[in-house]
Write a protein that binds this ligand. Sequence first.
Ligand SMILES: *Cc1c(COP(=O)(O)O)cnc(C)c1O
Length: 405
Amino acid sequence: MDAGTIRRSRGRKLTVAEYSKHNFIEKALKQRKFENRFRELHPVHPGDDGSSVKRGEEKLINFCSNDYLGLSQHPRLRDRAQTYLNKYGNGATASRLISGSLDIHHRLEEKIADFIGTESALLFNSGFQANTTLIPTITDRHSLILADKKCHNSLLQGSLLSRADFKRFHHNDTDHLQELLEDAESETYSRVLIITESVFSMDGDRAPLKKISQLADDYQTLFFVDDAHAVGVFGENGRGLASDIPNIDIQLGTCGKAFGVFGAYVGCSSQMKDFLINFCPGFIYTTALPPAVLGSLEASVSLIPKLDEDRKKLHENIQYLKKELHKSGFNTGDSTTQIIPIIIGSEQKALELSRWLEKKGFLASAIRPPTVPKNLSRIRITVTTTHNRDHINQLLEAIKSWKNA
Ligand SMILES: *Cc1c(COP(=O)(O)O)cnc(C)c1O
């Protein structure tokens, strides 16, 4: 190597003295801090009531967990996890196609398919992992992917990995989607895939699934719905929003949210399941979910359909919190779900409110760019069945006191 110049930065040659291989890290982190976007991990310890966590000695009511039904602390899940652990051991020992396909994986998949009303279900190790691997499996570089502008990062990553033509339609805008579908008619794509979430993770609004399903049918496209935040909370018996919609080829549910545990599944036809088992790298080349997780999940699927009373209370609390926030002049966007953004604007202000709430005993995280667009920084509140009216009233008091401070 030439001792004088060794690497390039923005077209300029750098000398040995100038170059440091970790320079890019230092620069990126500095920039993040400068923009008030620097992220850090803060350890908490879960309280056994499901509604609170401890940070050091401080008890905080948790208003940002995805544990919508409070199942993360449910005794029935713990018991079943222990039973499976004792009976089946710590690990699945291999991927599903080698020796890791335990009878309890198969039983759980049948149970999940029954619950969501699909012909088949297939387990994955997480929702993120599933999305990044499913999308490239069902498309190729001659395909077109049309995804809602506000889709989760995992759907974006999957779409980019696929090397398909990738376009995003304006959020929840079926006219724009139809325009893009019309344009695609004059191309020779191998296939077209429409992707949306049912409940959007940062705004808590819902997709017009029926209309999109109609378009998927009219234009004979594949249709992928990420139901991560709807399962357990919406639909008959809490089975989510995708189950009532025709023409869906893959509906994804995660087991880390309302299920209270970890993992993910897809609901699909038996033919699609066979295809994924044969061609989906993120299913084929990874160790199967471990027995304890399967035990908890088995208990979750049994419990969720029985929690109608809890869901009713949850929806009442959601309506109440939203109404009170509006009365105090807060903007919650288009939220119609348990995810309630309080849109503040600047990164700085959103952080300020989050810190204020923490001082008052509430955990509610600030969501900033790049997760949400610039000037739409927010506090993202999630309501769960572990919250009672008192928790919500106390939270409202704390938010109002910030506004008036
Ligand atoms: C949380 C989430 C995922 C990822 O699921 P994990 O199981 O947590 O990896 C995928 N899609 C959406 C829309 C999500 O909100």
